[in-house]
Design a protein around this ligand. Structure first.
Ligand code: SF4
Length: 487
């Protein structure tokens, strides 16, 4: 390979697997990439934390990434470390046949190398497997004595007690057999990837299902900007991508082109009408029946969960969802329960939750799936509280249902029925501040727990409460909106 910039990193290769055009953009036009969302950045940072912890399984290694600034240096340092028979190397960097890989952990024992690739998840997805097989392919050719390559994932049965035990927190699975089988595949794919670069022109690839698989493509904004006009069929809810692309590829691009002959569900034609007239779908009968189930006194409720990949509280597992904040709004007063989890405070939370809700006959939630799951877990954990927790769950009225079953649908929702979308379309006085998602709130909560300055701590806490509070206000106001609608 003449141009060192043409080395194909693992990220670049995985883009090639998804779409040749995405790969070409990544290598030649990286500026076309969409802005990385905060949720994505947080997922990356969680991956790094888990990766750092996994290094403690093989302590004392030399970290190549910390001592080098570019891939040429990293390759040179790795070469030296291998020549010196360094027993443990982190981020060891190798190249073969134009591919460039950085291994999370490489260990030398009895003159044989074993490699470990760490993933901050429980399951091994197809993409993780491909990623690991590519590394195996490079490593097998770059190192003469490779014994095996393992994918290291989190163990979902691990329960934290007093002190973290990385040996039990992680589990590993060999990918040697799959990798050996697929060596010719990678040889061929790398050849094709290099050819794509040599041709030096944007591959002629139309948008398709690949834009979403396995992840929404980083160049989505660029390729889709003309497709997603206001009346694009891709704004239709309920239809799966397969159906939408079947229509798209047969020339149907806009909602008005959908005719009776396309044999869609009746609701799709109703939505088409709503788009045309720019008027919502309103099923007054169903909304009336739904609202009749609400009893007063009522309050809107929203819960925030904390699910660290690496458990920190006794008795909890990786990613276990712990409720740390619940907010209520009864139409006049906002209140909340905030838990800082200096120890296991789940029982205290459950008791406070029961106490705070016992005067209400109905609890309004917006997509209460998570809240129900948390309450079920608390009931399992504290069977003596089960009857009261069950009673609380039975008071739930899920406002989301009205939007989900199209009793109310506004064309401006497009395919998004989230509380933030519904409130921004239908309400005027709802403003979210800094925090914009549950994942972001979780990162704030992590910050809150680490903060030692009490003033800073209070500011973060206030921010979290405001976020949760806004959700309860939005839920309550949406219910009022529906009530006004049927009057
Ligand atoms: S958006 Fe779709 S077509 Fe465009 S580069 Fe990405 S996967 Fe390829």
């Amino acid at each position: 390979m003449s141009n060192p910039l043409d080395l194909i990193s693992k990220t670049a290769y995985l883009k090639f697997e998804q779409c040749q055009k995405a790969f070409f953009f990544y290598k030649r036009h990286p500026y076309l990439r969409d802005k990385v969302s905060i949720d994505k950045q947080l997922t990356f940072s969680r991956g790094h934390q888990v990766g750092d912890l996994a290094q403690t399984l093989f302590p004392g290694g030399t970290d190549v990434s910390k001592q080098t600034k570019n891939s040429a240096d990293a390759l040179a340092l790795t070469k030296t470390l291998v020549e010196n028979k360094t027993p443990v190397i982190y981020e060891a960097t190798f190249t073969f046949n134009g591919a460039l890989i950085m291994l999370d952990i490489l260990c030398l024992e009895n003159e044989k190398y074993t490699a470990y690739e760490v993933k901050s998840s429980f399951k091994i997805s197809e993409i993780y497997l491909k990623d690991a097989c590519l590394q195996y392919y490079v490593l097998k050719n770059a190192l003469p004595n490779l014994e095996d390559l393992f994918l290291v994932t989190l163990n979902q049965d691990y329960i934290f007690e007093n002190e973290l035990n990385p040996k039990q927190l992680f589990k590993k699975r060999s990918v040697k057999a799959e990798s050996e089988k697929n060596l010719p595949y990678f040889e061929n794919q790398l050849f094709n990837a290099q050819l794509t670069l040599e041709q030096n022109k944007i591959p002629n690839i139309a948008i398709g299902a690949q834009c979403f698989k396995p992840y929404t493509c980083d160049y989505f904004g660029n390729c889709w900007k003309e497709t997603v006009a206001d009346n694009s069929i891709f704004h239709l809810p309920l239809l799966n991508k397969e159906k939408l692309f079947e229509w798209y590829n047969s020339g149907i691009r806009t909602i008005d082109q959908i005719g009776e002959e396309h044999d869609a569900k009746a609701i799709i034609y109703k939505i088409k009408e709503a788009y045309f007239e720019n008027k919502p779908i309103i099923d007054k009968e169903r909304i009336t029946a739904f609202l009749a189930t609400i009893q007063t006194p009522m309050a809107a409720m929203d819960m925030e969960m904390w699910g660290p990949a690496i458990p920190k509280i006794n008795g909890t597992k990786p990613f276990e969802q712990l409720p740390y904040l619940v907010c209520f709004f009864d139409g006049n007063i906002h209140s909340n329960i905030f838990i800082d989890y200096t120890k296991d405070e789940r029982k205290h939370f459950a008791e406070e939750l029961i106490e705070s809700t016992k005067t209400f006959k109905s609890i309004l939630v917006y997509d209460g799936t998570m809240e129900k799951m948390v309450i079920n877990n608390l009931a399992k954990l504290f069977p003596q509280l089960k009857p009261e927790l069950e009673e609380l769950k039975n008071k739930f009225i899920d406002v989301f249902d009205i939007f989900l079953d199209f009793s109310y649908y506004h064309p401006a929702f497009k395919t998004n029925f989230s509380l933030k979308t519904a409130s921004s379309v239908l309400l005027e006085d709802i403003y979210y501040s800094k925090i914009t998602s549950g994942l972001e709130a979780m990162a704030y909560y992590d910050q809150f727990r680490l903060e030692t300055n009490p003033v800073e701590k209070d500011i973060i806490k206030e921010e979290l409460i405001n976020y949760c509070k806004t959700d309860t206000l939005a839920t309550y106001r949406l219910t009022e909106f529906l009530q006004k609608l049927i009057k």
